[in-house]
Design a protein around this ligand. Structure first.
Ligand code: WQD
Length: 337
């Protein structure tokens, strides 16, 4: 049985990926510093799959702890989620973001090199494209100057991995996520934003739950059909399954280059107003919202060309936007009980 390290494995995307790894028969060991999640997620994963993953509470910024982990643990692959991910926060705390998102990546790659470990999957983001010139966005779209420190850590992270792959013959894949949303059908795991949510869907569900007074729609003067910005919202279980597909590609040595990257989205663009309407319809409620000014740094539209990911990963999304929004609302309701 292959043993896979999942860093950030108690986080939103990490926990859903751990569930899918266990469903596929992988043994899982999780490293998480619990800075942006709670230990109860470990029990929830165990409830879903019946198997408790090994867990180490380690901060990957502590190089000696990372070394000590690998002294005790041999793994057949690493899926690296652990990172800070708040775009706005990254602008006021740049050094924390570079240390946490890049310093830790270097430590992991050093351990892989020193111990002949292989098969590394990196959590990247469509943010690396900025506002793409053409839609849908293909993997050949140019990487533009990052609009945030967070986005820059993803761009630099990919370059670090590319260079390490070439220098040490490591096999690696970066998955460029679009917008992850929704919750596991068991409603035992989902998004756990701490504080005021920056992302749209948790703000929508918290408004519907009465935790927030109303949703602010950041701008309706974009050059889109209804004037609100367009994104590619992918269900987190579909996203988790893309990681399994990428891991199998590396383990089975089907990758064509040492470092590969794929756009992971649905291929469909949805505007903020369309999200609101779909959320109201599928959950049979009225959402309180108002139109306000655009948010600094937001782009007009981003949605994936999924041709390469579908073909090379033999993977495609299966869950539609309404089912995703229904699961997000059910998850929110489960939080308030
Ligand atoms: C989506 C749309 C907002 C909140 C970022 C990162 C990406 C990934 C996901 C981390 C935009 C609008 C939002 C609100 C709104 N990173 N919005 N009112 O900015 O596309 O992507 O988060 O997980 O790498 O770049 O996601 O959910 O913040 O915004 O109108 O209260 O919703 O303007 O059009 P974004 P988002």
């Amino acid at each position: 049985m292959k043993r896979i390290l999942v860093t950030g494995g108690l986080g939103f995307i990490g926990s859903h990926t751990v569930v899918e790894l266990q469903n596929e028969g992988f043994e899982v060991v999780i490293i998480d510093n619990l800075s942006n999640t709670t230990i109860s997620v470990l029990d929830k994963i165990t409830e879903i799959t019946g198997t408790k993953p090994d867990f180490y509470q380690i901060d990957l910024k502590v190089k000696n702890d990372v070394k000590a982990f690998f002294d005790k643990n041999k793994v057949d692959g690493i899926i690296h989620f652990a990172a800070s991910k708040a775009v706005g926060e990254s602008m006021s705390k740049p050094l924390e973001y570079y240390e946490n998102n890049l310093g830790t990546l270097v430590y992991l790659l050093q351990e892989m090199k020193n111990r002949d470990l292989d098969n590394f999957i990196f959590s990247s983001s469509c943010t690396v494209y900025g506002q793409a010139d053409e839609l849908p966005i293909t993997e050949n779209a140019p990487i533009k100057a990052a609009e945030s420190v967070y986005g820059n850590t993803k761009q630099i992270g990919e370059e670090i991995i590319r260079d390490a792959s070439t220098a040490f013959n490591l096999n690696t894949i970066a998955l460029r996520y679009f917008n992850p949303i929704g919750a596991h059908p068991s409603i035992k795991i989902g998004e756990l934003p701490i504080g005021v949510p920056a992302n749209l869907i948790p703000f929508v569900t918290q408004t519907a739950a009465g935790i927030r007074k109303e949703l602010s729609v950041f701008g309706n003067d974009y050059p889109t059909e209804d004037g609100t910005a367009v994104r590619d919202y992918i269900h987190v279980v579909d996203l988790a399954k893309a990681h399994i597909a990428a891991l199998k590609r590396l383990i089975n040595k089907n990758n064509k280059k040492a470092f590969e990257y794929f756009n992971v989205g649905t291929g469909k663009g949805t505007s903020v107003l369309e999200i609101i309407k779909a959320f109201e319809k599928v959950n049979n409620l009225k959402l309180n919202y108002k139109i306000v000014e655009r948010r600094e740094g937001d782009i007009t539209a981003a949605y994936a060309d999924t041709t390469i990911a579908n073909k090379e990963l033999k993977w495609k999304t299966e869950i539609g936007i309404e089912e995703a929004l229904e699961s997000a609302w059910k998850w929110q309701q489960s939080q308030s009980v």
